[in-house]
Design a protein around this ligand. Structure first.
Ligand SMILES: C[S@@+](CC[C@H](N)C(=O)[O-])C[C@H]1O[C@@H](n2cnc3c(N)ncnc32)[C@H](O)[C@@H]1O
Length: 255
């Protein structure tokens, strides 16, 4: 197997094809509606792990000003390209910044903070989660809400073993090539509740030749979020909202 890159790395295919994969992911249906409820039109949202701007754009289109922060230059480049294609009044509501959600201080507050699509699960459960909850709290006024979409532990635990021969995604792209995705490696250990996967992205040309291959490592950590959020002054505001059978959106309020 070719050299394994981290997910969302420069030159990797997980960043290049992030939008194609998420557009086909039914488990995300409706997530933006949940985040949009947290800030009124004209309000402001800080998005932690904004990625290629999927949620950022949708919130800005609803009249919300969004500051999107991400660690990955490749993902931010995609978000910036997306922003440039938007009508100016929407694009002007978006600010993109490179930064680490575990140690971010923008010296201002927002009406809400959102951390979509398992972004918190990308960092180790423990100090990194606690520090991310502290980042959310630091950017909220008292009473402000923070939403974290987290995976379900029982789903992570019960995923089938890797099968490098069986595609888990196979779609024809707009230019006629195919994008095929395989799970090359998958382990789940508990404790710590850690899912480690190598996903192999393969681009197949119109003649059926594999012209690009990129194995990329995606790791998720999961734990009970309430105690770590509480340490940052965030208390659960309502029961977690189930999303697509794969995860829940946890909404916390700053005391
Ligand atoms: C699954 S994507 C979510 C992107 C977007 N919010 C969405 O919902 O489509 C997770 C993103 O979190 C980013 N990320 C991971 N760890 C991060 C960190 N410590 N600080 C900021 N961003 C991080 C990754 O680079 C990636 O773009």
């Amino acid at each position: 197997m070719a050299k394994v890159r981290p997910y969302y790395a420069d030159g990797g295919l997980s960043a290049a094809f992030y939008d194609e994969i998420t557009a086909a992911d039914a488990s995300l249906a409706g997530d933006v509606d949940v985040y949009a409820e947290l800030a009124a039109e004209g309000g402001s949202v800080l998005e932690l792990g904004a990625g290629s701007g999927r949620v950022t754009q949708a919130l800005a289109e609803r009249g919300v000003s969004v500051t999107g922060v991400d660690l990955s230059a490749a993902m931010l480049a995609r978000a910036e390209a997306r922003r440039k294609g938007l009508p100016p009044e929407v694009a002007n509501r978006i600010e993109l910044r490179r930064g680490d959600m575990t140690a971010l201080d923008l010296k201002r507050t927002f009406d809400a903070v959102v951390c979509p699509f398992f972004t918190l699960a990308h960092v180790p459960a423990g100090a990194a989660w606690k520090n991310t909850f502290a980042t959310a709290a630091r950017h909220l006024a008292p009473g402000g809400l923070a939403a974290f979409h987290l995976p379900r532990l029982e789903i992570m635990r019960n995923l089938p073993p890797a099968n490098p021969q069986a595609p888990v995604f196979d779609r024809t792209l707009a230019d006629g090539r195919r994008l095929v995705l395989f799970v090359a490696e998958r382990t789940f250990r508990d404790p710590p509740a850690k899912l480690d996967q190598v996903l192999e992205y393969v681009v197949v040309d119109t003649a059926g030749r594999a012209v690009q291959r990129s194995p990329e490592r995606l790791t998720y950590w999961m734990t009970e979020p309430e105690p770590l959020a509480a340490a940052a002054g965030l208390t659960l505001d309502r029961p977690p909202r189930e999303l697509g059978g794969a995860g829940d959106i946890w909404i916390f309020r700053k005391a």
